[in-house]
Design a protein around this ligand. Structure first.
Ligand code: IMP
Ligand code: MG
Length: 330
């Protein structure tokens, strides 16, 4: 078995969907696996020039590759079925979609509780509640939902009965929102790192490439104050169209934090890294990063890029670094 993993190195919304879409076209995967999160995620993908936003389904669905919702995910049945319906109506082949029998579900009651109890600025999609119940052993698994019967698989069986599985593992959210390594309690309720992918019945020996995805600046959505009052950050939000794909909320913007970046590279064992939205920072025309709590300033794009490359190679010396300047491709 071979597994490539895509991880977000910041606070989600770094462009994993785009990277996944690109890798899916380039490599011959037998499966694409969503390994954590639920309806809180929003992946924006341009497929043959048309914009799609998915919440559950990984990019394999655009290429007719078997697309699996893993055991690390939580799913609201009606919303999930609606997403399939919508993609089908848009002309996509939705016949290869599968759900791990042991993935947990979100009920309408959880949505209400999420709304009522929220203090960290959640997406109100019932995630915290679903994972709470999973770990309290009072949750509901996909295998007990009648409407899910046609989609169910056992991941262990799936990996073992396929002669040569090559799986692209596509995560949701990111290192800065990880339940263990994010800024608790301002985090999501699942594991957003490579170990989170492995929890889906994947042996660690299967891992080939770990694709880290970051932006050349940061964004965060939620209740903590993140942005600071530099007016250029507001400008960045408009230039980068930094509004939530799930909730429409404005994302708070910040300069790239190299300490967070290095921790995320380390924890995930990243060996390929895509920095997205260089075109946006170029439009803004300001080149900054934060390191050890200090604001670093650069004369130009070349200096800025070199600093990022140096930061990456300090942590992962052989890591390949790609700067992307387009929402359409890597
Ligand atoms: P929850 O995952 O809905 O419980 O939200 C917890 C925190 O994670 C909030 O700050 C959300 O805004 C943030 N969050 C959850 N999913 C995403 C995502 O896909 N992108 C960006 N932020 C997210
Ligand atoms: Mg998103």
């Amino acid at each position: 078995m071979i597994a490539d993993v895509i991880v977000d190195l910041q606070y989600g919304d770094c462009g994993k969907g785009k990277v996944s879409h690109y890798l899916c076209e380039k490599n011959n995967y037998t499966h694409v696996l969503r390994y954590n999160g639920g309806g809180n995620a929003g992946h924006t993908i341009y497929h043959h020039g048309k914009k799609f936003v998915t919440h559950y389904l990984p990019s394999g669905v655009f290429w007719g590759v078997k697309s699996v919702i893993g055991s690390g995910c939580v799913v609201h049945p009606d919303k999930f079925l609606k997403e399939i319906e919508d993609l089908s109506a848009a002309g996509l082949n939705v016949s290869h979609i599968k759900i791990a029998r042991n993935c947990h579900i979100v009920t309408d009651e959880y949505l209400e509780l999420d709304k009522a109890n929220d203090v960290v600025g959640t997406t109100r999609t019932g995630n915290g509640e679903a994972y709470s119940r999973k770990y309290a052993r009072t949750g509901i698994r996909a295998e007990s939902i009648a409407a899910f019967k046609p989609f169910l698989i056992d991941l262990m069986e799936e990996w073992q009965t396929n002669p040569d599985p090559v799986v692209l593992c596509e995560g949701a959210q990111g290192y800065g929102l990880d339940i263990d390594w994010g800024d608790y309690p301002y985090v999501t309720s699942s594991h957003c790192t490579v170990p989170g992918a492995l929890l889906n019945g994947i042996p660690h020996t299967a891992i080939r490439d770990v694709w880290g995805v970051a932006k050349v600046y940061e964004t965060y959505v939620g209740a903590k104050s993140f942005e600071g009052d530099d007016p250029r950050l507001k400008q960045l939000r408009e230039l980068g169209e930094e509004y939530g794909a799930t909730t429409g909320r404005p994302r708070q913007c910040g300069w790239i934090n190299l300490d967070l970046l290095q921790r995320a590279i380390w924890a995930n064992g990243v060996n390929k890294l895509v920095f997205n939205k260089l075109d946006i920072l170029r439009e803004l025309g300001s080149w900054h990063a934060v390191s050890g709590g200090e604001l670093l300033s650069f004369q130009n794009e070349t200096e800025f890029k070199q600093c990022l490359i140096d930061s990456v190679s300090q942590t992962s010396p052989t890591c390949e670094v790609i700067f992307s300047e387009s929402p359409l491709t890597v």
